[in-house]
Design a protein around this ligand. Structure first.
Ligand SMILES: NC(=O)c1ccc[n+]([C@@H]2O[C@H](COP(=O)([O-])OP(=O)(O)OC[C@H]3O[C@@H](n4cnc5c(N)ncnc54)[C@H](O)[C@@H]3O)[C@@H](O)[C@H]2O)c1
Ligand SMILES: O=C(O)C[C@H](O)C(=O)O
Ligand SMILES: [Mg+2]
Length: 474
């Protein structure tokens, strides 16, 4: 199931050709489990030569052993070891570029003063023109406070930036949406609401990201109420959409129906609660939520208000106990918590043909090795295993559609339509245990999600503009 190795480093080595051959170096690296994927000659020479070797290894800890072995070789001087992932982050991953060159005074007087003033006045007189005459038409803010970054928890706004820059890249690469990362140095709900509201004139949409629960619910609810542009908490709704898409297809494989399954959701935070709501809307009736203290039930009182509401809408037989206890007889496990919380013996207590969606990032609740052959359909949020259930399949297309239709919000029916659109990309002929969800690189995904979202926005009167490809369609 694993598609590629976990870590890739570049070793810069100086070789004394009289003392060592390149073949000896390659074989020493191979013996340590390193896979050379690229070679660059940096400084050629008859006696000494400097080369960069890009090497993949299974685990980050293998890098140290590999470096020790290589530097101990006679005739080899290990000059530097650089992690390719860190190299990609040098200076950040995105930049702002002008669409028009400024080559002369005439250009200058149009893009800036005095010409720009007339454009400003046109927008002052009709604020809707901001959507045609500024970046607002195509720009989304990716806003985080760094409190629930992937499954890493509260790592703060500075440390959250690489993820938010990454999300901005995904918006651009997959859907042509210009997205800007904004990491806020506050955890205060009211302050976050006020800041995002004040930022709104610049943006056509707000993507909230990695804001921990339960604050994320109030922040999103208020912003949705108070802004007339789409506000979408990706970890809630992007995740719920991709999860439903994956489950629609996984259930076809095992021949079970939404109304007949028992689902255990582990991690009742932003993603866990939104996924549960989506599953209830899709017809699942038996859902048991588990968090740190076990199954969420109606005999307990929770300080987290969201959990009392959760208890009221789930767990029909009011089961109590740990994950290991309530997993018994479950058909589906959905992990939206932390790494390594589910074990092979738990999976063995599930009903036949268990479906396990271990979606914690970067490391899932159960690894494919641990799940082994006990699981019928296995999926994670990662890109290096098959069946990647990640909200990247959702937010680019959802915002592409919402921006193109100038939607005022993203509704439940738009999300449901998006889930069905993603699921339908995998045809019945293609569907199998290792392929329940299209790849992020499948170029049908964004157009299909966009189309479904626009159609739903038009049908429900949320669209404030009919995109040209939707005009005159009967
Ligand atoms: N694959 C995807 O597309 C995707 C999308 C969103 C979130 N996620 C992952 O889901 C996880 C949760 O994200 P979130 O945004 O909901 O964060 P969150 O902080 O809102 O929720 C996390 C929840 O997990 C609970 N938890 C912690 N330890 C636990 C344990 N031992 N047992 C049970 N529950 C435990 C927390 O109490 C909290 O309620 C993260 O790992 C994140 O990477 C994946
Ligand atoms: O960022 C991701 O890869 C998915 C999700 O938004 C998460 O927080 O884990
Ligand atoms: Mg996230």
């Amino acid at each position: 199931m694993r598609l590629e190795s976990g870590t890739s480093v570049i070793l810069r080595v100086e070789m004394d050709k009289q003392l060592v051959t390149f073949g000896e170096l390659v074989s020493a690296i191979g013996q340590q489990g390193g896979d050379i994927v690229a070679i660059d000659v940096i400084q050629p020479g008859r006696k000494k030569e400097i080369r960069d070797l890009t090497v993949s290894v299974a685990e980050p800890s293998d890098v140290e052993t590999l470096s020790l072995v290589v530097s101990a070789m006679k005739g080899i001087h290990l000059l530097n070891v650089s992690d390719r992932t860190f190299l990609m982050h040098l200076g950040g991953k995105i930049q702002v570029e002008s669409k028009i060159p400024i080559k002369n005074r005439d250009d200058l007087s149009r893009v800036y003063t005095p010409g720009v003033a007339n454009v400003c006045l046109a927008i002052r007189d009709d604020v809707n023109k901001a959507f045609t005459l500024t970046i607002r038409r195509n720009t989304v803010a990716v806003v985080s406070d760094g409190t629930a970054v992937l499954g890493l928890g509260d790592i703060g706004p500075h440390a959250a930036m690489p993820v938010m820059e990454g999300k901005a890249m995904l918006f651009k690469e997959f859907a042509g949406v210009d997205a800007f990362p904004i990491c806020l140095n506050t955890k205060d709900t009211e302050e976050i609401i006020a800041i995002v509201k004040a930022l709104a004139p610049t943006f056509g949409g707000i993507n909230l990201e990695d804001i921990s629960s339960p604050r994320c619910f109030e922040i999103e609810r208020r912003l949705k109420e108070e802004l007339d542009i789409p506000v979408f908490h990706d970890d809630q709704h992007g995740t719920a959409v991709v999860l439903l898409a994956g489950l629609i297809n996984a259930l076809k494989i095992v021949g079970k129906s939404m109304s007949g399954i028992k689902v255990v959701v582990n991690g009742i935070g932003a993603a866990g609660i939104a996924c549960t709501r989506m599953l209830l809307a899709a017809g699942v009736t038996e859902i048991i939520g588990v968090d740190k203290d076990g199954a969420i039930n109606r005999d307990s009182f929770y300080e987290n208000k969201a959990w009392n509401e959760y208890a009221a809408m789930t767990n029909p037989s009011n089961e109590k106990g740990s994950l290991a206890e309530v997993i018994k007889g479950a058909d589906v496990f959905i992990g939206l918590s932390r790494p390594k919380l589910l074990f092979n013996e738990d999976v063995k207590r599930m009903n036949p043909d268990p479906i396990v969606f271990a979606m914690a990032n970067p490391d899932p609740e159960i690894s494919p090795e641990e799940a082994g052959s006990s699981v019928r359909v296995y999926a994670t949020g990662r890109s290096d295993y098959s069946n990647q259930l990640n909200n990247v399949l959702v937010f680019p297309g959802i915002f592409r559609g919402a921006l193109d239709a100038r939607a005022s919000t993203i509704s439940e029916s738009m999300k449901l339509a998006a889930a069905k659109a993603i699921a339908s990309i995998v045809t019945d002929d293609e569907l199998n245990e290792e392929y329940i969800i299209p790849s992020v690189f499948n170029d049908k995904v964004v157009p299909a999600v966009r189309k479904a979202v626009i159609q739903e926005a038009i049908n429900s009167g949320i669209a404030r503009k009919i995109p040209s490809d939707f005009r005159n369609l009967d």
